[in-house]
Design a protein around this ligand. Structure first.
Ligand code: ARG
Length: 467
């Protein structure tokens, strides 16, 4: 046991004769993790004290001392001189004990009409709201980087895949913009959940039942930027779905990041050779001098898995807890902080890779032409020009692909006219002329399609949205 007057026993020790075991203290302490809530804790305490003074629960003088003391503590923490101690368990008790040490008696009045249960629910909610909004801004940066690259590559042709088999030619700009759409939904989900979290303020719910003091919960809710005080004190201290929602949203966004990372890994391989990462975002091998490894992309895939696991872990923690608060909930912060930290690093790395990756136009085009990627264009010509029903056109084209394979021609557009006409004599030079990858992408100009013109249109739409 410490000799410090800030010891844990000072905060709740009245009931006990003996000290907690060392391991008891170790398993119970969360200060190393939750010290990150210091800003929110001070903000919450300042609002609470101001409200206690406004309602006459504490005096104006006490409130002034508390406000000043908390400001000084904020400065101590910001400058790294605050004496954190594990004996005081968590950030809430560390700050409160320090306040009393600095301002005396008035500090001991701060915890009137409050419990650590509503305090931590409020602090943590404020943190999650802020982090979600910052993450939304991070996603915007990534979207901007992708839109810039899409703009530069609006008409670069590449293979589009289904089942990772060549499907149809697409434009690189179109492919990159697919991720911009995904990240937009991720952003909206994160911001939306933050708005929902900002609806109800837990503060004033006290331990679980509310309080007998004449507090003004509307005032604290408003001071802290919430819409209203939480309508049920039990729910307010027991629930962590605001964090679960954030983690679920984050893990969906991480899944999207991971898919893009997976494509970076594929594209930069010697087998695809669609792109090269810049030196800044490549790593070497200690044995193979030729290597340029996409480690950052690989780590994004792995971190996405961990972010998903953080959601699963918190969900598992919460789902078996009877109402209201239980200490299991203390573990919510480490998971949530880890997920947000990992995500933010992943986005930064992805922005760096996207901004500096070099694409190989010739390799992309050559790959786009392989695999008879314009077969659908021939079928569509048969439908359009000869009024052949699509199913029949599909059959005819299939036979032409088989013939091309048999005679060893890699692209339909290079197949001899006699071969086309051996399968169907109605096929003309006009049909064959359409079977280039450029014509193919140009023709897919339906709204949301891959035609360069449509891609440029979408680039403009995004730029307007970002403005
Ligand atoms: N450090 C605790 C947590 O993060 C604060 C709440 C403690 N409440 C309690 N009843 N022991 O959950």
């Amino acid at each position: 046991m410490s000799t410090s007057d800030l010891s844990g026993q000072k905060m709740w020790g009245g009931r006990f004769a003996a000290q907690p075991a060392d391991a008891m203290q170790a398993i119970n302490a969360s200060i190393d993790v939750d010290k990150r809530l210091w800003r929110e804790d001070i903000e919450g305490s300042q609002a609470h004290a101001a409200m206690l003074a406004a309602t006459g629960v504490i005096t104006r003088e006490d409130n002034e001392a508390i406000q000043r003391g908390l400001e000084q503590i904020a400065a101590e923490i910001a400058t790294g001189v605050f004496p954190f101690t594990a004996e005081l368990e968590d950030i809430h008790l560390n700050i409160e004990a320090r306040l009393t040490e600095r301002i005396g008696e008035a500090g001991k009045r701060l915890h009137t009409a409050r419990s650590r249960n509503d305090q931590v629910a409020t602090d943590f909610k404020l943190w999650v709201i802020r982090a979600s909004r910052e993450t939304g801004a991070d996603l915007r940066r990534l979207q901007k980087a992708l839109v810039t690259r899409a703009d530069q590559h609006a008409d670069w042709v590449m293979p589009g895949f289904t089942h990772l088999q060549t499907a149809q030619p697409i434009t690189l700009g179109h492919h990159l913009l697919a991720y911009v759409s995904m990240f937009e939904r991720d952003r909206v989900r994160l911001i939306g959940a933050a708005l929902e979290a900002a609806w109800e303020c837990p503060l004033g719910s006290a331990a679980l039942a509310g309080t007998s003091y004449p507090i003004n919960r509307d005032m604290t809710a408003e001071l802290l930027g919430f819409h209203a005080p939480a309508a049920n004190s039990i729910d307010a201290v027991a629930s962590r779905d605001f964090a679960l929602a954030a983690l679920a949203n984050l893990s969906i966004a991480a899944t999207h990041l991971s898919r893009l990372a997976e494509e970076v890994v594929l594209w930069t391989s010697a087998q695809f050779a669609f792109a090269q990462l810049s030196d800044q975002w490549s790593t070497g091998s200690s044995i193979m001098p030729q290597k340029r490894n996409p480690d950052a992309a690989e780590l994004i895939r792995a971190k996405a898995a961990r972010i998903g696991a953080d959601f699963v872990a918190l969900n598992a923690i919460v789902q078996k807890l009877p109402l209201a608060y239980a200490k299991d909930l203390q573990e919510d912060k480490a998971l949530t902080f880890a997920a947000f930290d990992a995500f933010s690093l992943c986005v930064t790395a992805m922005v760096g890779m996207v901004e500096t990756m070099r694409f190989d136009r010739a390799a992309l085009r050559a790959a786009a032409a392989r695999g008879y990627s314009t077969a659908t264009d021939l079928a569509d010509w048969l439908v359009r020009e000869l009024k052949v029903p699509f199913r029949e056109a599909h059959e005819i084209t299939g036979r032409i692909v088989r013939r091309a394979e048999a005679v060893g021609v890699a692209e339909l557009g290079l197949l001899g006219m006699d071969d086309f006409q051996a399968v169907d004599p109605r096929i003309t030079e006009a049909a064959r002329a359409l079977l280039t990858v450029e014509k193919s992408v140009e023709s897919r100009d339906s709204y949301g399609g891959t035609a360069p013109q449509r891609v440029r249109e979408q680039v403009e739409r995004w730029k307007e949205m970002f403005a």
